[in-house]
Design a protein around this ligand. Structure first.
Ligand SMILES: [Zn+2]
Ligand SMILES: [Zn+2]
Length: 772
């Protein structure tokens, strides 16, 4: 190869050139609504404004971007945009460390992370990106809070929080050191009881459960995503029986062990069960219950060996009329939800431990048999395989099939200053008053500088003092803010709305045709730790369907499909600064280029598998792209120009025809390889098997090189027809490489004499109308 025809692969120059061209032609702008064009919304995860894009982000967005580019390459209109999850503790801690305001911290982080993502060439519609901490955005949280409050799906309850007396502040669990001390002052942390706002997800657990079969049947919810929903739900199948006490009181009791009812030895009740107070009515017992509820146990072990158990001193009549003592313990909650269950020591190890602790007799022999049944852990599918069996003797109470869920209502409020203000005021005369919707947003003061002590928002009198919307009298604002988990409940919606419409009222925005056009999202691509977010988004979508705003989503599902990918690990361990095994994407991009890094994270593992980082995948992919680049340019340079080919045919037509005949079967084979390759890669991408798709692209390149080798073996040179066929095959290769290594692919596409346009090199067999 002469130096004139040798074109070095210089990713930095190529990527700069392509990214400038994409910006110039506004390549990733969300297409305007056209119902007759196939269209879809691909939802990437919403990154925390943590400061840096890490290699896990690169994996996540490389999968999502490959999918977005694949669908665009087939002529479909794609919405691909996200908002930063900008509120919450990481930003607060970052701001404390940097001695700046959280709002400055998140703006800086978001700008830096955006730059990193742009350098990687991800095809997000940046015009639609946003920070969840922008006032115009967090009014979504406030609006949602009011709507759900109105519907009775948000309520005020009491919860326990970690509290540091020195710092006069509540602590998140990650701020409590392993020994139970404060991260800041290392003083002791204790639990205190505080009024909290709760989200009533219990209202939609049953439907979230029921819809899982439909999601599974859709074929576009992958196994990891489905399993996550079952795990969060925590469904347990069993039976319910009505038991009576000697004094006539009645209680419905659940058990997953339908076939072992007579083995029950006690009844275990959650302290959150609505009847707990009436069963723990003895004053001394009631005091214990109150203590338990105020949370003294939470810092201690949650194991059956040490968890508090209160004996109410009362009993229910069991299956052979023998008494079953009624006990109260939070052990029930984590396993069955806030319910009441039969204690069956022969079937359940925790029950066995409780029985021994309380000196309750049970038949030992059966226990040793260790028969199946949940002992805290449930099978991956979240269901017990024992289905309801009305196994009861003639004298025993009748049982009926029943289901319990471990998932339950959770708190959505935090005693922190960097969060969405809760639109509630407290008036001495009127009590708790919601801020009217037309007065939203309740603005968060931006000059707050958290220090780790106190609650800066509660100390800011100009925020706290307000007037009551009902009576105009003096009132105080709620100084708790919403947990950023609550922001996540709507974070998937605003990308569907054009940026210029964001100033409109939420009611107007919800009526825009855009939401109906793009929702539900065709695919969520997110990390496998997103199960809780998705579960709660599915709950709230159902609530908003029933309340009207999302009535057009009949099944109440925000995501038609869902892909959860696993993490990137190193040496089998989670990457962390502490272990010194962190991979810096910026360094990799600088050294090898964005295309190589993107290709490598896709090549190295199936999305559903952990990606154990090794540089060999990067080196392999870099070698591959270098070869594709240099080989393609070499073949282009060697190819006879059209004029030359014409001259040759007219001068020595007969001889050339013969040469053509000798290699015709090879050309046929090549075109068959291309067709098969495209078919496989298309199928891979339809099912988001990006890892298999990349491998099939690599195989296709080997086939193409093999074709040239065979032709040369046969006749010593390529000849015009074979050269044409080779270039054609390399063009197909560039097209199928487009979703994975988009910069290099488009440069080759152009080098082969095609026009650049739109978002993407077209998929083989797809022709686009080039806009005038
Ligand atoms: Zn402290
Ligand atoms: Zn009032």
């Amino acid at each position: 190869m002469s130096s004139a025809t040798h074109k070095r692969y210089e990713p930095q120059a190529i990527e700069d050139r392509r990214q400038a061209a994409w910006r110039e032609r506004d390549a990733f702008r969300t297409p305007s609504l056209a119902e007759d064009q196939p269209h879809l919304y691909i939802k990437p995860s919403a990154p925390f404004t943590s400061g840096n894009i890490h290699i896990g982000h690169v994996r996540s967005y490389s999968i999502g971007d490959a999918y977005a580019r694949f669908r665009r390459a087939r002529g479909e209109a794609v919405l691909f945009a996200f908002g930063f999850d900008a509120f919450g503790l990481p930003a607060e801690l970052g701001a404390i460390a940097g001695g700046e305001s959280p709002s400055d911290w998140v703006s800086r982080c978001a700008a830096h992370m955006t730059g990193q993502l742009e350098r990687l060439g991800f095809s997000f519609d940046w015009e639609r990106s946003f920070l969840s901490s922008d006032a115009i955005m967090y009014r979504w949280s406030q609006w949602l809070f009011l709507v759900l409050l109105d519907a009775g799906l948000i309520y005020r309850g009491t919860g326990t929080v970690d509290w540091c007396e020195n710092c006069q502040t509540t602590l998140a669990s990650i701020q409590v050191e392993p020994g139970g001390t404060c991260w800041r002052c290392h003083g002791p942390v204790r639990l205190i009881e505080l009024p909290q706002w709760y989200l009533r997800i219990s209202a939609y657990l049953e439907e979230n459960d029921r819809r899982l079969d439909e999601l599974a049947a859709s074929g576009i919810w992958d196994e990891v995503a489905l399993a996550s929903q079952q795990i969060v739900l925590g469904r347990l199948d069993g039976v319910e029986v009505d038991l009576r006490s000697g004094d006539g009181a009645e209680l419905s009791v659940f058990t997953p062990h339908a076939d072992a009812l007579p083995d029950a030895r006690f009844v275990l009740m959650s302290p959150r069960h609505p009847d707990a107070d009436s069963w723990a009515c003895d004053p001394a017992v009631h005091e214990q219950l109150e203590q338990l509820r105020s949370g003294g146990w939470e810092r201690s072990s949650r194991e059956a060996e040490t968890i508090p158990v209160i004996d109410t001193g009362r009993a229910l009549l069991g299956f052979d009329e023998s008494p079953l003592p009624v006990l109260v313990s939070p052990l029930v909650d984590s396993r069955f939800g806030p319910t009441v269950v039969l204690g069956t020591p022969t079937r359940d190890r925790s029950d066995e431990v409780i029985a021994r602790r309380l000196g309750i007799d049970f038949p030992e022999a059966a226990a040793a048999g260790g028969s199946a049944g949940p002992t805290g852990a449930v099978p991956l599918d979240g269901r017990s395989d024992e289905h309801a069996a009305g196994a009861s003797s003639a004298t025993a109470p009748q049982s009926r099939p029943a289901v319990r869920y471990r998932a339950f209502d959770f708190t959505i409020s935090r005693q922190r200053s960097w969060g969405t203000p809760i639109p509630i005021v407290y008036c001495e005369k009127c009590g708790t008053v919601p801020v009217p919707r037309e007065q939203l947003p309740v603005l968060l003061p931006l000059d707050i500088r958290p220090t780790g002590t106190g609650n800066p928002l509660a100390e800011l009198e100009e925020f706290v003092q307000t007037t009551c919307p009902d009576c105009d009298g003096p009132a105080r604002r709620e100084t708790d803010t919403l947990d950023c988990h609550f922001d996540a409940l709507w974070l998937w919606i605003p990308a569907c709305v054009p940026a210029e419409a964001r100033g409109e009222s939420l009611e107007d925005m919800l009526l825009l045709p855009d939401l109906r056009h793009w929702l539900p999202s065709e695919r969520l691509v997110a990390g496998s730790d997103s199960g809780n977010f998705v579960f709660d988004q599915r709950i709230v979508t159902k609530a908003l369907r029933d309340l009207g705003p999302l009535a057009f989503l009949a099944d109440g599902e925000p995501f038609a499909g869902c892909l959860f990918h696993e993490m990137v690990v190193s040496g089998g361990r989670k990457m962390s600064k502490h272990l010194g095994n962190v991979v810096d994407p910026d360094e990799l991009v600088e050294r090898y280029g964005a295309d190589t890094v993107r290709l490598a994270v896709l090549y190295a593992a199936r999305p559903q598998k952990s990606l154990n980082w090794s540089d060999s995948a990067v080196l392999h992919c870099h070698r591959f792209l270098t070869q594709v680049w240099e080989y393609s340019h070499a073949k282009l340079a060697e190819a006879p120009s059209e004029g030359d080919a014409g001259t040759r045919v007219s001068e020595a037509g007969g001889e050339d025809e013969q040469i053509r005949d000798k290699t015709e079967h090879l050309r046929a084979k090549l075109s068959e390889w291309c067709e098969n390759g495209v078919r496989r890669i298309t199928a891979d991408m339809e099912s988001l098997e990006t890892h298999s798709a990349v491998r099939n692209v690599m195989r296709l390149f080997e086939r193409i090189k093999g074709f040239e080798k065979r032709v040369i073996e046969r006749q010593g040179e390529l000849g015009a027809a074979n050269s044409d066929a080779l270039i054609e095959a390399l063009t197909v290769l560039a097209q199928v490489l487009g979703p994975f290594a988009p910069h290099l692919a488009e440069e080759l596409w152009i080098a082969f004499g095609n026009d650049e346009h739109g978002a993407q090199t077209p998929w083989p067999g797809v022709s686009f109308q080039v806009p005038a």
